[in-house]
Every structure is written in structure tokens, then in C-alpha cells.
Write a protein that binds this ligand. Sequence first.
Ligand code: GGG
Length: 362
Amino acid sequence: MKTYRIAVIPGDGIGPEVINEGVKVLNKIAELDSSFEFDFTYFPWGCEFYTKHGKMMDDDGIDQLKDFAAIYLGAVGFPGVPDHISLWDLLLVIRKSFDQYVNLRPVQLLHGAHSALANVKNDEIDMLFIRENTEGEYAGAGDWLFKGQDNEVVLQNAVFSRKGTERIIRYAFEVAKREGKTLTSISKANALNYSMVFWDEVFEEVSLDYPEVKTASYLVDAAAMLMITDPKRFEIIVTSNLFGDILTDVGAAIAGGIGLAAGANINPERRYPSMFEPVHGSAPDIAGKGLSNPLATIWSASQMLDFFGYKEYGKAIASGIEELLSTKEFLTPDMGGTATTSEVGEKMVEILTSQIKRKVLG
Ligand code: GGG
């Protein structure tokens, strides 16, 4: 039997409760399959750890994580710890240390999900964001000069290396080619006259190797508008770190809410573990009350299964979520229901069990 060792970082706020439900789902799928199992190791890192130890993770945290098959992360951030500390010293350091340069965020309006857009059909919102995940505007390069003085200056530099830009664009072309879909690049070359002119040039160059892929290129402001007014024009999208972070929240709003938005941080070469997490943050205001929606975390478990090669289970989770949404009975308050976090997780386990048994028994 194959064993997948998974590092679990539940993190802060609602992180632990949503992760519990994702773990339940993963364990049930492994039990039903019986050719593989998960071995979960929990790490207590996050803001509570910070208040006790003055750091978000152990000093050798990256070394402790490096041999796991994957990392499953809940959420980071809690009042009392500055947001730039909680994000940089845990989530971003993992993404960078493990060269997880691809951030995959599906924006897909599942059946039964409620879009913020009126009169939109499910098949009109079906895109995959491929966000550059290790450099760009989140490179962490800059300076803070003359702090507190009249001549105070802050610099936040965006870093676009040729290697970093080319590899994310090439990755996106490969996905678009494999799936027979269009590829849209989102940038801002009219205003960002170095970084985004360069991004557009690299996109043009790489496109020459993929004549079969139909492409489009938009400025980020136009793209934000078009995602609302004409979402069906987008299929595969490649964009920079910051633009991808912002636009995928727009994506969440049009595809059923942030409670349904899943993300995968991938090291495609598999030299290091990849990390799977919901897009949402820690929502401290509702933490510990059983109100949080675990579906994004469960969906990110499906991305983990896809990554391990169990595409059929990845699909089963997505269709299980659709079944759950369509019955409308087991929804958390953010989706208009009264179910608790764990009731949603239990229902997902029940739906998946009957789906997988039906398949096995033909
Ligand atoms: N679920 C992980 C989490 O708490 N994310 C919050 C966040 O601000 N993420 C920023 C990013 O994805 O770059």
C-alpha cells in the first residue's frame, strides 16, 4: 500500500476547523480505495505559536517539511500579529523555499453555487488562473528609508526574472495546449513600463512555440471588468503574483463565494512538496463557532489528489460538492444555510462514499 506523508498546518482562526473536514474527506477516499493511505503530521505553526515563541514556525521548519509528499494548509492571520509577519513568515516563505512557482486557482461556477452575477449560466464561468507565485510584486524586495522623518520613503520593488516569467508562461501554454483551451495573459504594460512590457514580450516569444493555442492579452483593469461583464471569454489565464491574488477574489465572487475558492501551490518539478490551501483567510470573527465553510479546503484536497495522479477522485470531490450544493440542505451560513462546518464535512463524506461505491460496484 502506498503511503502519502502529508504535513498539516491548520494555522489560525478557522484554519483548524476547515482542515479537519478536508482530512476527513481524504481519509475516507483512501479507506474506500485501499491501495493508498495518508499519514498526517500536524504542525502547530501560526499566530498562536508566534505569540508564544516570537516566530511563525520553527527555525528549521522548512527542513522539517521538505520530505513530505505535500503540505495541507488552513489559514494564516490573527489580530495581534501584523499581517505582513503572519503572511511572510509562514505562507510566503514556504512558497518561495519550495519553489512553488505555480499557483493554480480554479474559478468555476459549480451547479448549485450562487454567483454574484445575475443570469449567468454555469458553463459561462469556467476558468483556471495560473498565477506566478514566487516573485513579481511579492518578491519582498524594497526598503524603508528615513522612517518617521519628513523625507520618509518606502520602496516596494516588483521582480520579474526571465527564468521566473518564462517558466510560468510556458507552464500556462502547456496547460492550454493539453486542454485545448484559450490562454489569456493579464498584465499592465501601459503603466508598468518595465515589468509588464517585459511580461508581454515574454508572452509573445513563448507563444511562438505554441501556434495551436489561441491567445488574448488584456490590461488588468480591463480584465477585472470583463470577468464581470463577459466571463465566458476566459479559459486559462496567466498573470503575475499580485494581479492573480486580486483577480481570483473577483473570481471567487462570481463563482459562488470565497468559501468555495481553492488553491494549489505547485512545484511542477516535484523537487519539493507542493502545498494545498483554501484561498480564504483565517476569518477570526467566526472562528471556533462551527460557522466556517469547509468546501474550499475540501476542493483543495481534490487538487492534491489530482496532483498525486488520482484524477478520478479529484473529479468525484468536485461533483460531490455540486451534489451537496444542489440539495441545499447542508450549507453553512455564508451560503444561506444553517449547517455547521462539521455537518458539511460529514455530508461530503457520505456523498463521496456512495458515489465511489456506486462506481466500484458499476
Ligand atoms: N488560506 C491561506 C491564507 O490564509 N491566505 C491568506 C492570504 O492573504 N493569502 C495571500 C496569498 O495567497 O498570496
